[in-house]
Ligand binder design. Structure first.
Ligand code: D5V
Length: 330
């Protein structure tokens, strides 16, 4: 039985969190976006057109003595934000920290959309969702976590994302030094391939909790906290000068004073998103107005507890108990 840990670094404005992995023999080092909202491990590769690569590191299967092409297999994925990528598949050795999977499906990109080409520091995605939504055809492949979870001390991983500072993903153990108090546990519905749960309610600032079920997914690959329109409206009504700005594509409000906290329930516990985390980023050079870290989930079909929510907590993704745990950071 094993455990592992790897550091993850926050990009500017915590827009994404990038984590080093290595693929192949000798090891090829890439830095990728660990994404609990999808289940494909895909990377920029030597099979792409040069025009689609702008600074990223690439995987070269021909330069790995352990790569083996999965003949006839292809993949194609389109993400919630409209970005997409596609390619073919190799089995190769993948290492994260001290953990190695010898025959992990590595999806080599032949094509990526501009959002990925323009994201110079991001060499691909490592899906940590359920393998049921892996896009490889004709035979869907397992995620890294699914391949290693039975060798771990416990079939779980934790995400300890931070605001503008390095955090960590741990595999196989819950670090007691990472949180204080009790972890609030809530059951996961994995039927759609996501880490989906239902929050019983929310509160704005110091007001009383409102009974209002919010069903959504814990998604490390989504930057913001995307909630039902009615909840978002109720929140921004409490901020002087807040308004929906169609140019910016979301609610914008004066960066000062600090907006109220946003609190959501997790079973019998609560998670507080501090107001200064809701001021996601200034929309102008004078830093007068801020784009909100809480926006509407309209059109998605469920809410998304992205990094704005996750970075407030120490979060346990427990595949054994099929539950999510939210703990207050130490
Ligand atoms: N689970 C998320 C995924 O990780 C990203 S894919 C991505 C796109 C460009 C840059 C970085 C990542 C996309 O936004 C929300 C949802 O889809």
């Amino acid at each position: 039985r094993q455990t592992g840990t790897v550091e993850t670094d926050a990009e500017k404005h915590d827009v994404e969190y990038l984590t080093p992995i290595s693929i192949g023999t000798p090891p090829q080092n890439l830095i990728v976006d660990f994404d609990t909202g999808s289940s494909d491990l895909w990377v920029f590769s030597t099979e792409m057109a040069a025009k689609d690569i702008k600074g990223q590191a690439v995987y070269d299967p021909n330069n790995s003595s352990t790569s083996e092409k999965l003949q006839g297999s292809t993949w194609q994925i389109t993400y919630g934000d409209g970005s997409s990528s596609s390619g073919d598949v190799y089995l190769d050795t993948v290492t994260i920290g001290n953990l190695t999977v010898p025959n992990q499906a590595v999806e080599a990109a032949t094509k990526v959309s501009d959002e990925f080409t323009d994201d110079a520091n991001n060499d691909g995605l490592l899906g940590l969702g359920f393998s049921s939504i892996n896009t490889v055809q004709p035979t869907p492949q397992n995620t890294f976590f699914d391949n290693i979870k039975n060798n771990l001390d416990a079939p779980l991983f934790t995400a300890d994302l931070k605001h503008g500072a390095p955090g960590s993903y741990n595999f196989g153990y819950i670090d007691p030094a990472a949180y204080v108090g009790n972890i609030s546990w809530t059951p996961v519905d994995s039927s759609q391939g996501f880490w989906s749960f239902t929050s019983p309610g929310y509160a704005v600032g110091t007001e009383a909790m409102r009974n209002h079920s919010i069903s959504g997914i814990a998604d490390t690959g989504t930057t913001l906290l995307l909630l039902p329109k009615s909840v978002v409206k109720a929140y921004y009504e409490e901020i002087q000068g807040a308004q929906y700005d169609s140019n910016q594509g979301g609610y914008v409000f004066p960066c000062s004073p600090t907006p109220p906290d946003f609190v959501f329930g997790v079973s019998d516990g609560i998670v507080t998103v501090p107001g200064d985390m809701v001021s996601y980023a200034p929309v102008d050079s004078a830093n007068q107005d801020c784009f909100g870290g809480i926006q509407s989930d309209t059109g998605i079909g469920f809410s998304i507890f992205g990094d704005v929510a996750l970075k407030t907590s120490f979060v346990v993704f427990d595949a054994g108990g099929l539950q999510l745990g939210w703990g207050a950071k130490n």
